[in-house]
Design a binder for this molecule. Structure first.
Ligand code: ATP
Ligand code: MG
Length: 444
């Protein structure tokens, strides 16, 4: 595992040398330890704020859906449905699947709750997704996505805005330049014509196709373009391109998107081989790619899926969305020198002796009562002044509040800066919160 702070699972043996049973963690499913989760929270807050600044609303969805929701939405002949889903039968013998992506569940929820009847919806969600893939840097079996979806709009204005939102995010997070690739998959009619061309092309070179591609040739030839097999890339590079088969309306949509991106000053590349790994897309598809993360370079990907709501049993509703891999986003944020988040306390209360501890407890509650956003940690388990001060230092707090029997008797506390080497001061207990708030405001 690349990041040493993300705990790698132990060896696969079930017992240790003494024969005791060992608990194991599941390969590709990570524990995010506190220092990592602090950075995640920091980044998540920024992403959430940017998404909501475009008028999107949060929706929270179940992790489990009936398997058919994903099979129908994503497509039977896709890597996800064929090889990557965590599917099992529940006690009622129903086939359930742990969501491998969020769009299908989002659409299912919209239909269930009648969200698409003559309404536009702008929704976002965040959470874990599950795919049985080969774990490696940037590719896990439980990973997280921010997912943003707009239903009820034809575009290309909304298509452009969703992409511009990503560009703003990269800027807010200081991620430098990511490459934006766009393509169009046209209308279903375009796609049918293009499909015939692809079948003709790949059939003529069938003896050079790998096993997956031969299988896909009959069922879903567009998927061949999405192959990750290096030996297939030369053939794919020479295949016919969708953009040569576009009908007028699809071409106009694609032109519209490109003009809006140009007007917004968002550079892009047209990649005619970008087809995406899920079947539900039409018209606009796009990916944001970085070269700073090695081979797992796609940070965010999305597209239009005008047929999906109807396919899952709702009224025909145009829609478009994107999904962003949080692990890859964090990886890039760290690679770009983004500042880590912190959950350290602001203030650590040192209190030696029973009376001082009782006072310390009430001082801690007083500071929290003030609701000034000050994080307080009270020394628990006693100890000498010296050992408590050591813990205060280790806690990462900015200040130690020191309470001895004498100070408490005088209604005072010692206030010691822990990071700046400044002098310890005496502060009256009823002015303590105020003083702390002022001094912390200077720091932040
Ligand atoms: P890839 O080509 O890397 O397999 P994908 O096309 O399968 O990606 P999507 O289904 O479009 O990915 O998901 C959107 C984003 O979610 C990806 O761009 C990536 O950032 C992230 N992602 C997808 N699968 C994983 C995974 N197994 N581990 C971590 N992040 C992932
Ligand atoms: Mg994939």
């Amino acid at each position: 595992m690349a990041d040493p702070r993300i705990r790698a699972p132990g060896p696969a043996s079930k017992t240790d040398d003494t024969g005791a049973v060992k608990t194991r963690s599941i390969r590709g499913m990570n524990d995010l330890l506190p220092e990592v989760s602090a950075t995640w929270r920091h980044v998540e807050t920024i992403v959430r704020d940017v998404i909501e600044s475009y008028g999107y609303h949060e929706i929270r969805l179940p992790i489990l859906e009936y398997t058919e929701v994903f099979a129908r939405a994503i497509g039977e002949v896709t890597d996800i449905v064929e090889k990557e889903m965590y599917t099992f039968r529940d006690r009622n013998d129903e086939s359930l699947t742990m969501r491998p992506e969020a769009t299908a569940g989002m659409v299912r929820a919209g239909i269930t709750n009648g969200l698409f009847h003559n309404q536009r919806q702008k929704l976002w969600t965040l959470g874990p997704m599950f795919r049985y893939e080969k774990p490696q840097k940037g590719r896990y079996r439980q990973f997280h996505q921010f997912d943003v979806e707009a239903m009820g709009s034809q575009g290309p204005d909304i298509d452009a805005e969703l992409i511009v939102m990503c560009a703003r995010l990269w800027e807010r997070l200081g991620l430098g330049r990511l490459t934006l690739q766009i393509n169009t998959l046209g209308s279903p009619e375009t796609r049918a014509r293009y499909r015939d061309e692809l079948v003709a092309y790949f059939s003529a070179v069938k003896n050079q196709l790998d096993e997956d591609s031969i299988r896909r040739l009959g069922k879903n030839p567009l998927r061949i373009l999405d192959s990750k097999n290096p030996e297939m890339q030369a053939l794919i590079a020479d295949a016919p391109v969708m953009t040569d088969y576009l009908d007028e309306a699809s071409a106009a949509h694609f032109d519209g998107l490109q003009s809006l991106l140009n007007a917004a000053g968002v550079p892009f590349e047209v990649n005619p081989r970008l087809v995406r790994g899920l079947d539900y897309y039409n018209l606009t598809v796009f990916e944001w790619i970085t070269d700073a993360l090695g081979s797992q370079g796609a940070v965010c990907a999305g597209g239009r899926y005008d047929g999906l709501v109807e396919k899952l049993g709702g009224r025909s509703t145009p829609a478009i969305g994107w999904a962003m891999g949080v692990e890859r986003l964090i990886g890039l944020y760290e690679a770009c020198g983004g500042s880590p988040g912190t959950t350290a306390a602001d203030v650590y209360i040192v209190a030696a002796g029973d009376a001082a501890f009782a006072a310390g407890m009430s001082v801690a509650e007083q500071i929290r009562d003030a609701d000034a956003g000050i994080r307080v940690e009270l020394n628990l388990g006693g100890g000498s002044f010296k050992s408590q001060l050591k813990r205060a230092d280790k806690s990462g707090a900015e200040f130690a509040v020191i309470l001895g029997e004498d100070e408490v008797a005088r209604g005072e506390a010692g206030l010691k800066p822990l990071r700046s080497g400044g002098e310890q001061q005496r502060v009256s207990l009823d002015k303590l919160t105020e003083s702390l708030a002022a001094m912390l405001a200077n720091k932040h």
